[in-house]
Design a protein around this ligand. Structure first.
Ligand SMILES: [Zn+2]
Length: 278
C-alpha cells in the first residue's frame, strides 16, 4: 500500500473490512489500516518557513499528510499559508506560543496561561476547534518548575490534561508500541533522523525497526533547507529521500492525531492477549 492519507471515514472502513477478512488468525495487536505493517507520522516543528517552501511540495507530490507543530510566534508571519495547509488535510497542533525551553523558572499557572492555553485558542480561532488536540514538548523538555523529575513532569501533564490534549510527543525513543501509547499517550517517543547529520541511514534503521515490530514511527523535522547547516536541519535532498523511503514501505502514513485516534479506539478496547506457556 502506498502512504497516501486515508480519510477518517475510509480508514475505519478499511480496518473493519480487514478484520473481517483476517478473522481469528489476525494478531489484534498488529493490525494497522489496510493491513499495513506499521504506522508512520511525519511531524514538523516550529512553524518554519522552510517547511512551507521546501518540505510541503514533496509531501504534496507523494500524497502524504503530516503534522505541523506550530508556535504562534512563528506561524503568524505566514498565517494564510498555514491555514491553506490545514485546509489541504494536514494537521496543525500546539507547540506553545513562544517555544520556551528552560522551564525551571515557570510555574504551572504561567506556562498554562501564557503558552499553552493561548496557543490552543489561536489554533481554535484560525484553524478548527474540532480537531485531535496533540502537542509537542518544546525542546523535548518534560518538566515544569523545580523539584524532582516526576514532580516536574506531573505538573506538565496536568496542564495538558486540563487543555484536553490527547497525545503529546517528545523527541527521543524508539518506535511506539500501541500498548504503550494507550498506557501513556502524553509520552510518545519520536526520532529526529537528521539530528546528527544529513544522511538517510538513521531514518531507514528506525523505520525498519517500526516495520519489524508493527509499531508506530514518529519522525521529527525542523528546517528543511537547500543545504544542511546545523543539528536539526535536513537538506531538501535528504528530506525527500526519507519521504520516498517511507512511501516505498508497507506502512500507514497519517498525521499524529489520526494515528493516535486509531490506536486509542483499537487498543484501548481490545488489549493484546497475554502470551502464555512460553
Ligand atoms: Zn520546537
Amino acid at each position: 500500500m502506498d502512504c497516501s492519507s486515508l480519510s477518517r471515514r475510509s480508514f475505519f472502513g478499511a480496518v473493519g473490512a480487514f478484520s473481517l477478512v483476517t478473522g481469528a488468525s489476525a494478531q489484534p495487536g498488529r493490525v494497522w489500516p489496510g493491513g499495513a505493517k506499521a504506522a508512520v507520522s511525519l511531524t514538523y516543528d516550529d512553524a518554519l518557513n522552510s517547511q512551507l517552501d521546501n518540505a510541503v511540495p514533496e509531501l504534496k507530490r507523494l500524497g502524504m499528510k503530516a503534522t505541523f507543530f506550530l508556535t504562534e510566534a512563528n506561524a503568524h508571519w505566514r498565517l494564510a499559508d498555514w491555514e491553506a495547509l490545514a485546509r489541504d488535510g494536514h494537521e496543525v497542533a500546539n507547540h506553545t506560543v513562544s517555544h520556551p525551553c528552560a522551564l525551571s523558572g515557570y510555574s504551572a499557572k504561567r506556562l498554562e496561561q501564557v503558552e499553552i492555553d493561548p496557543m490552543e485558542g489561536y489554533l481554535d480561532s484560525h484553524f478548527s476547534a474540532d480537531r485531535e488536540r496533540t502537542f509537542a514538548y518544546p525542546c523535548g523538555y518534560l518538566g515544569v518548575g523545580r523539584g524532582g523529575r516526576h514532580v516536574r513532569y506531573a505538573r506538565y501533564r496536568k496542564i495538558l490534561e486540563r487543555d484536553n490534549v490527547v497525545a503529546a510527543r517528545t523527541t527521543a525513543g524508539g518506535p511506539n508500541r500501541p500498548q504503550d501509547v494507550v498506557a501513556d499517550p502524553l509520552y510518545l517517543h519520536a526520532f529526529e533522523p537528521t539530528y546528527d547529520g544529513d544522511t538517510v541511514a538513521p531514518a531507514r534503521r528506525y523505520l525498519n525497526e517500526a516495520v519489524a515490530q508493527g509499531d508506530w514511527a514518529i519522525l521529527v523535522f525542523h528546517d528543511v533547507l537547500p543545504k544542511w547547516h546545523a543539528d536539526g536541519d535536513a537538506s531538501v535532498a535528504t528530506h525527500n529521500r526519507i519521504l520516498q523511503h517511507v512511501a516505498g514501505l508497507d506502512v500507514w502514513c497519517a498525521p499524529m492525531g489520526q494515528v493516535f485516534d486509531y490506536v486509542e479506539r483499537r487498543w484501548r478496547t481490545r488489549p493484546e492477549p497475554a502470551v502464555t506457556g512460553r
